[in-house]
Design a protein around this ligand. Structure first.
Ligand code: NAD
Ligand code: UDP
Length: 346
C-alpha cells in the first residue's frame, strides 16, 4: 500500500518541493497549510508538475479539532497517515525579534499541538524542519551536530525549543521517533521552473534578492559588509539546492522507519560560498548582471557557516548532488518564468 504522509506547510517554498519529491518517490502526501505565507497556486503548480491531485486542507496546525479531523478522514478513507513532515512555521529572523511571542506561539505551541494530535491519532513518526541557525556563533567549522546549540534570536530559540520538545516526546516510547533536519541555506527551484521561492515584501535572504534584481524588481544588491575575515571579505554560507534538500526529507522518512527516539541531522553541501562568489556564479550561469553596492554589516550576522554532512551520509544515505551553477540556473528559471512569483491568482 502507498504510504500516506502529512506535510504541514506543504504550500511553502520548501514544502512544495518536498511534496514533489515525495510523489516522485511513490508516497501520497496530504498537505495542511493555513496559507499565512504561501499561495494555493503553489499546490496547483505541484499538481501540474506531478500529474496528480494532491489532497490539501486549509487549516492551522494549532487547531486540534481540524488536525484530528485530518488524521481521522485519512483513516476512514483507508489511507491512514503513517508519518508527518512538519514544515509549517514562521521563519523571518528580523520579525522574530520584534514579535517574539508570535514566533513562540506559531513554532513552539504549533509543534506541541501537532504532537498532541499525532498522539491522539496514534501517529508516531515526525520529520521536523530545524535550522542551522540554532548553532549560533561557530565554536568550530564545519558545524557538527554535536556543536553547542546557542541561538541568537527568537526564531532560532523557537527551533531549538522545538527540538527539545521532540526529544522529550520521542523518548516517551510507544515507537515515537523524530528526526530534526537542520537546514543550511536552501536556494534555487525545481528544474521545471514551475515552483520556487516567492517571498512577501522585500526578501530577507540573499538568493531571492539576487533573482529580484536580475528580473528588474530591485535596483541593486546591497552587500552586507565586505570586511569579514573571509577570502573576499563577504559572508560565507552553505547553499543547498532545494531539490536536494527535499530529497533529504524522503531519506529521513525512510530512516524513521527503523529508528527510535530523536536524531538531529545537518542538511547542507559541506561547501562554503561567499556572497560575491554566489553573485559571480549567478551572473555566469544566467548571463544577467547584478549591480552590487557595499553596505554595512547586518546586525547579528556571522562571517561563515557551513555543515559537516557526514552524519547525513551515514544515517540517511543522502548527499547533496547539485552544484551552485545548477542552483543559480534553476532559481533563475523560476524567477524569469514567474517575475511576480505566484502573483495574486488563486
Ligand atoms: P515558507 O514560509 O515558504 O513555508 C512555511 C509554510 O507554513 C507556509 O506555506 C505557511 O503558510 C505555513 N504555515 C505557517 N504557519 C502555519 C500554521 N500555524 N499552520 C499551518 N500552516 C502554517 O517557509 P520555507 O522556507 O518553506 O520553510 C519551511 C520550514 O523550514 C519552516 O519551518 C522554516 O522555519 C524552516 N527553515 C527554512 C529555511 C529557509 O532558508 N527557507 C532554513 C531553515 C529552516
Ligand atoms: N546578504 C547580503 N545582502 C542581502 C542579503 C544577504 O549581503 O541583501 C548576505 C548576508 O550578510 C550573509 C549572506 O548574504 O552573509 C546570506 O544571507 P541570508 O540571509 O541569505 O542567510 P543567513 O545569513 O540567514 O544564513
Amino acid at each position: 500500500m502507498t504510504k500516506t504522509l502529512l506535510v504541514t506547510g506543504g504550500a511553502g517554498y520548501i514544502g512544495s518541493h518536498v511534496v514533489v519529491e515525495l510523489v516522485r518517490a511513490g508516497y501520497c502526501p496530504v498537505i495542511v497549510d493555513n496559507f499565512c505565507n504561501s499561495s494555493p497556486r503553489a499546490i496547483q503548480r505541484v499538481e501540474h508538475l506531478v500529474g496528480q491531485a494532491i489532497p490539501v486542507v486549509r487549516a492551522d496546525v494549532r487547531d486540534s479539532t481540524a488536525m484530528l479531523r485530518v488524521f481521522k478522514d485519512a483513516q476512514d478513507s483507508g489511507q491512514p497517515i503513517s508519518g508527518v513532515i512538519h514544515l509549517a512555521g514562521l521563519k523571518a529572523v528580523g520579525e522574530s525579534v520584534t514579535k517574539p511571542l508570535t514566533y513562540y506561539e506559531n513554532n513552539v505551541y504549533g509543534t506541541v499541538k501537532l504532537l498532541d494530535a499525532m498522539d491522539q491519532a496514534g501517529v508516531a513518526s515526525i520529520v521536523f524542519s530545524s535550522s542551522a541557525t540554532i548553532y549560533g556563533a561557530p565554536e568550530h567549522l564545519p558545524y557538527t551536530e554535536g556543536h553547542r546549540v546557542s541561538p541568537v534570536n527568537p526564531y532560532g530559540h523557537s527551533k531549538a525549543i522545538c527540538e527539545q520538545v521532540l526529544k522529550d516526546w520521542s523518548i516517551c516510547g510507544g515507537g515515537r521517533r523524530a528526526v530534526a533536519l537542520r537546514y543550511f541555506n536552501p536556494i534555487g527551484a525545481d528544474h521545471s521552473g514551475l515552483i520556487g521561492e516567492d517571498p512577501r515584501g522585500v526578501p530577507n535572504n540573499l538568493f531571492p534578492y539576487i533573482t529580484q534584481v536580475a528580473v528588474g524588481r530591485r535596483q541593486y544588491l546591497t552587500l552586507h559588509g565586505n570586511d569579514y575575515k573571509t577570502p573576499d571579505g563577504t559572508g560565507v554560507r552553505d547553499y543547498i539546492h532545494v531539490t536536494d534538500l527535499a530529497v533529504g526529507h524522503v531519506r529521513a522518512v525512510e530512516f524513521t522507519q527503523n529508528q527510535q527516539g530523536f536524531t538531529a541531522v545537518n542538511l547542507g553541501t559541506g561547501q562554503g560560498t561567499s556572497v560575491l562568489q554566489l553573485v559571480e556564479a549567478f551572473e555566469k550561469a544566467t548571463g544577467q548582471q547584478i549591480l552590487c553596492k557595499i553596505g554595512p554589516r547586518r546586525q547579528g550576522d556571522i562571517a561563515g557557516a557551513w555543515a559537516d554532512v557526514s552524519l547525513a551520509r551515514e544515517l540517511l544515505g543522502w548527499k547533496a548532488q547539485r552544484t551552485i551553477t545548477e542552483m543559480c540556473a534553476d532559481g533563475w528559471r523560476w524567477q524569469s518564468m514567474n517575475p511576480e512569483g505566484y502573483g495574486q491568482e488563486v
